[in-house]
Design a protein around this ligand. Structure first.
Ligand code: MN
Length: 745
């Protein structure tokens, strides 16, 4: 071995002795014995490498790895875990390299050390609960061996125990991380002894005053409670002894943080939470558990509905025990848990306890794949469906082999399908980031786009300033459905854009060949009619069909010619095709005649009419006439808010109606809201043109990224108006189009 300084100082000898004392105390005939020789070698190696290092408190650094190893020994973990916990900071903090550790201690221990080093490199920044959940999963996913997590938990516990030497802000950060990340992981793994201590230490750091308060309240009642539990316990022990049941009886400490969170979450008083006296009975066998509960129920009256058999029906985290509440001596309620030693270890140490007892389970866990097969088999064994589903959901992580967890450069955690590449990540961030992706960096280094992301990677997408669009071979690189769909959608849209473009060109070519003024036809109401006639709701679809050779340009041109001829026949004077195309627009211009609005006023022939500016009625709107003195009759929409006001003088209203088919047009105001984009205005004005609607006034206000467009247009009737509004709404990036009426109606 490459350790130069095999001589241990007296202080170091003492440390090693302490560690072995704990190993001794927790040795168990069902577990594999710890190889002290190897543990000592790891200790010597750690001493040598941390030789000149000190902790913030001024102590020798070696105190820390030994502290971590002691916690692991308390969980009765195996030789490899103890060695790895002694070595866990050597690769991170000293000159030792992973290769050296590998050479000196073998692959298994080096693997554990490497796992812990990687987890130490992660920093958690967000306080968001969903992010915390992802982060917890990432930690578990990165640890291919569950023992890495156990060492990491022990490491955090020792750091929390000695947090006093840290600067205040660092203490607070670590305490929060402990509550958000580490304690929940301990809980999921069923390691309650560690979970409770982590929570209490963090609680003390974050809320020192509250902690002291609760501690004092608990202490106040402690002596009295201990007396009560001792008396009841002695009595019970005697009764059990007579039946030949050997029992270890003790009181049970409540944890300060759990009292505090019950007080805050359920807003209860201290006494409401701390009212029950609790007792624990540990016996030798499952049979004795049931025997003991029988004795307890015969001595003291059980409270109905409080007996729970978690032995027959274990909890999701494998917890087993019998629970009951009885009216104990002095008429006080007494909460009693009855369990075997093995069940007790499981309750305290969860997954770690399985290590202690199931030798074969431990072997499975370190199989060549490093997968947690035994965990899966434990899950199969679960009976409580709801709880076990929760357990599976949250602990799945490797089981989890279908997910990877990576960081954004800002420290946000994203979860992706296993095998995902930087492209998947880019599309996960934003579709546009995906389309602009030109490369990626992982942990600061440029990687190919085919790189497979690993949990814990920090991924940065390199994008081009100009929209480039994806490449077809990306479809072979991406793993997630989202990215695949986005890429396919882009190509589909592109081919639509291409088809539409060629459709437009095709039509113009054919029009020109026929000697028709292509530009004018394209913007005319006549073409809009043809498009509708051919069954297209949107002009875009018409051009795409044309470009995609689904309809023939000849047919379209023939139809246009027909329409032009009909127009000529209808019109007494033959005009050039060119003029005909303008016909509707010219007609649309209001004339000066008094009946120009196409409105009939009952009983009156010649009367001065005007359309109210407030509601701008158009043919088809329900209308009323209001006699304004000296100014003839004003036509309002029936639903105009002003009408409601004017109705106070009902005599001045007169019935009016629209004449048959109005050839005139009316001005309405239309508002179109959307995300601003290139050529949006062009698309909007084309839509108006294709519906034969004249724009009289336009006002576009860009307020990035939004744009609000206000148009005053001339429109023939409500039907055409409604159709146009629908078409406007269908334009890409438009999210609303509506007629502006007073009062927003
Ligand atoms: Mn450490």
């Amino acid at each position: 071995m490459a350790v130069e300084r095999a001589e241990l100082t007296a202080a170091e000898r003492r440390l090693l002795g302490d560690l072995f004392a704990i190993v001794e105390e927790h040795s168990h005939e069902a577990a594999v014995a710890v190889d002290r020789q190897r543990v000592e070698e790891a200790f010597v190696y750690a001493c040598a490498h941390h030789a000149d290092q000190r902790r913030k408190s001024g102590e020798d650094f070696i105190i820390h790895p030994v502290g971590v190893a002691k916690i692991c020994a308390g969980m009765r973990l195996d030789t490899e875990t103890l060695c790895a916990s002694l070595l866990h900071d050597t690769v991170e903090d000293t000159s030792a390299s992973l290769e050296e550790v590998n050479e000196a201690f073998g692959e298994e221990i080096a693997g554990l050390v490497d796992g812990v080093t990687k987890l130490t490199g992660l920093t958690f920044q967000s306080r968001d609960e969903a992010q915390a959940e992802n982060y917890r999963k990432m930690m578990v996913a990165m640890a291919t061996d569950i023992r890495v997590i156990l060492i990491k938990l022990a490491d955090r516990l020792h750091n929390m125990r000695t947090i006093g030497a840290m600067p205040k802000q660092k203490q607070i950060d670590k305490a929060r991380e402990t509550i958000d990340i580490y304690a929940p992981i301990a809980h999921r793994l069923g390691i309650h002894a560690i979970k409770w201590e982590l929570e209490d230490l963090a609680f003390q750091t974050l809320h020192p005053r509250k902690y002291a308060e609760i501690k004092a309240l608990v202490a106040q009642q402690r002596a009295e409670r201990e007396r009560y539990v001792n008396q009841a316990g002695e009595y019970l022990a005697k009764e059990l002894d007579e039946l030949g049941i050997d029992a270890e009886i003790s009181g049970r400490a409540k944890h300060f943080y759990s009292i505090y969170s019950k007080m805050t979450k359920k807003s209860r008083e201290f006494n409401e939470i701390y009212d029950l006296t609790a007792m624990r009975v540990i016996v030798g066998s499952v049979k004795d558990c049931y025997g003991a509960v029988g004795v307890i129920h015969s001595l003291w009256k059980p409270l109905p509905g409080r007996f729970k058999d978690f032995i027959a029906m274990p909890k999701f985290n494998m917890y087993q025990s019998l629970h009951t509440t009885v009216i104990g001596p002095e008429g006080r309620p007494l909460e009693i848990q009855i369990r075997t030693r093995e069940m007790h270890d499981l309750a305290e140490f969860g997954i770690a306890a399985h290590w202690m007892y199931k030798e074969s389970a431990a072997r499975d866990a370190t199989d060549s794949d490093g997968k947690l097969k035994w965990l899966r088999s434990l899950l199969d064994w679960q009976q409580d469906m709801a709880d076990s589903r929760e357990f599976i959901e949250t602990l799945k992580v490797d089981l989890f082999e279908d997910e990877v967890f990576v960081f954004t450069p800002k420290g946000e955690v994203k979860s992706l399908a296993a095998g995902a590449t930087p492209l998947d990540f880019a599309y996960e961030i934003h579709t546009d980031v995906g389309h602009r992706c030109v490369g990626a960096k992982v942990n600061g280094k440029i990687v190919p786009l085919s790189y497979q992301l690993r949990s814990g990677d920090i991924v940065e997408v390199l994008t081009s300033k100009r929209e480039r669009g994806p490449s077809r071979d990306w479809l072979a690189l991406v793993k997630t459905t989202r990215a695949r769909n986005k890429i396919k959608a882009w190509f589909k849209a592109e081919s639509r854009r291409d088809s539409e473009h060629s459709g437009r060109e095709l039509l113009q070519d054919h029009l020109r060949k026929q000697g028709l003024p292509a530009q004018k036809v394209v913007g005319s109401a006549l073409l809009a009619d043809v498009i509708r006639e051919m069954g297209f709701r949107k002009a875009d679809d018409f051009y795409i069909a044309l470009g995609g050779a689904k309809i023939s340009p000849k047919v379209v041109v023939n139809k246009i010619m027909q329409h032009l001829k009909q127009g000529e026949a209808a019109d007494a004077e033959p005009t050039a095709a060119d003029d005909l195309l303008q016909t509707r627009r010219r007609r649309a211009r209001p004339t000066t005649s008094s009946s120009r609005y196409g409105i009939m006023v009952e009983g009156i022939d010649e009367v001065m009419l005007r359309l109210a500016k407030c509601c701008r009625p158009v043919p088809g709107d329900p209308i009323v006439g209001y006699i304004s003195l000296g100014r003839g009759i004003t036509i309002h929409r029936e639903d105009c808010p002003n009408v409601a006001v004017l109705k106070r003088d009902p005599d001045r209203f007169t019935p009016v109606s629209w004449e048959g088919d109005a050839e005139t047009s009316f001005r309405v105001e239309i508002q179109v809201d959307g995300w601003d984009r290139h050529r949006l205005l062009e698309d909007m004005s084309r839509t108006f043109a294709e519906s034969g609607i004249n724009i009289v006034e336009a006002r576009c206000t860009v307020n990035h990224p939004m744009v609000k467009n206000r148009f005053v247009v001339e429109v023939g009737d409500t039907r055409a108006l409604d159709q146009t509004i629908t078409r406007l709404r269908n334009i890409d990036s438009v999210f609303d189009a509506y007629r502006v009426t007073p009062g927003g109606g």
